[in-house]
Design a protein around this ligand. Sequence first.
Ligand code: AHR
Length: 506
Amino acid sequence: MPAARLVLDAAFTLAPVPRRLFGTFVEHMGRCVYTGIYEPGHPSADENGLRGDVLALTREIGPTVVRYPGGNFVSNYQWQDGVGPKTQRPTRLDLAWHSIETNEFGLHEFDDWATKVGTEVMLAVNLGTRGLRDACDLLEYTNHPGGTYWSDQRIANGSREPFGYKLWCLGNEMDGPWQVGHKTAAEYGRLANETGKAMRLIDSEIELVACGSSNSAIPTFGAWESTVLELTYDTVDYISLHAYYEEKDSDPLSFLASAVNMDRFIDDVVATADAVRARGRHRKRIDLSFDEWNVWYIHKFSGDGPKPNSADWVPNPPLIEDDFTDAVVVGTFLNSLLRHGDRVKVANQAQLVNVIGLLRSEQGGEAWKQTIAYPFEQMRRLAQGQILQVVASGDLFDSSTYTDVPFVDASATYDADRGCAALFVANRSLDEAGTVEVDLRGLRVTSVIEATTLHAGPGQDRHTTNGENHGAVIPRGFDDHTLESGRLAAQLPPLSWTVFALDCQR
Ligand code: AHR
């Protein structure tokens, strides 16, 4: 039986919990927008066509920031197509996803949705087929109060007040050969720097994200970040990371250990950014925006993806709509992000609905939470105050890809002012319960106020999804723990995600 010992000490904090760590992503891709968040005629839709059921579930999950409108989509998108009277909006070919884009849904519709959710917007500009002029026009449209061409267009289109967006992505995955308008690091770095500088002349308060690598296995990884940051260091605030993981070759242990790769990826980008800082004798530090992450079964995707030579262009085809079994792996990704919260200041699970989504929605039908929504929602709700440095020891395993992987993976937070702490623990063992002992030093824990575990229950296997039975895999009350003299002990079910909310003396 795998065992682990954790030490949490109120004095050993890493950083305040970055609220933007709990972001998600809405792309014009597949059924994320159309029949996802937007479906006029759906029984729950409001007067603007926003699906009320998806909106309500999104509010429960509570993403703190939502990236929009892509993704690969943005690199061939003309934002002007999505504003103004709907009857006059052009229908275009979306080259990224081989789809028809009607532009029925655009910037004002997204802003309306984000306002109703109560979330921040993170907007991406097109540096693939457009560039500096277009990015400046968009920023003038969203953030300038009025009295200029683009800000007056916004007002004419129904929004007197500026949208006031702070967080901007300078393009998307510009390192990827699949990207429309793909660039070398030097080409992209120059363009991103000049675009960012010009955007800051319009609004000096914005925060800018430069594109890092679209995954850590791409051959240009490392060199790309280095060149891009050499060229943009004074202009940008963040460098992006993207990562998707899947179970390959019937090797569940390597899949369960994927967060080891995420940890290394983050550490490597921090090291690269700090090396550029040292070389350039810069004072500021570049932080990280992990603005796409999730599990994703790419082998399934190959059948659904763009078909470049075919004539079957259709609006919102279903793309990568998996039923997820992977809440435990997603929990370990959240742990990894939280453990790096001193440098990862923004993170976006990709995507919100249908496309590898936290949520699923049927056209004209129901909407529900996938298994992976639960760890996200729990950590967003309970991670408050400061991130604690978790000192962990315990049993390890080797998989075909990783060595010395802890069976028990954890992260924790502590809020002295509110008098609460939270502990998030995954047991990666497929078939064995895990024991965990937690030494809670200086936290002055008085009681466990909430304890839940999410795992395959009796009669279910690890491939159980929430597809047919929407409540099949949800966190359930967890009693197998004791709290005595500042020590928490628990027996974690095999392959489980367990969360403790603790009450602490103030
Ligand atoms: O999230 C799906 C796609 O994955 C995004 O459009 C792209 O940025 C990434 O490759």
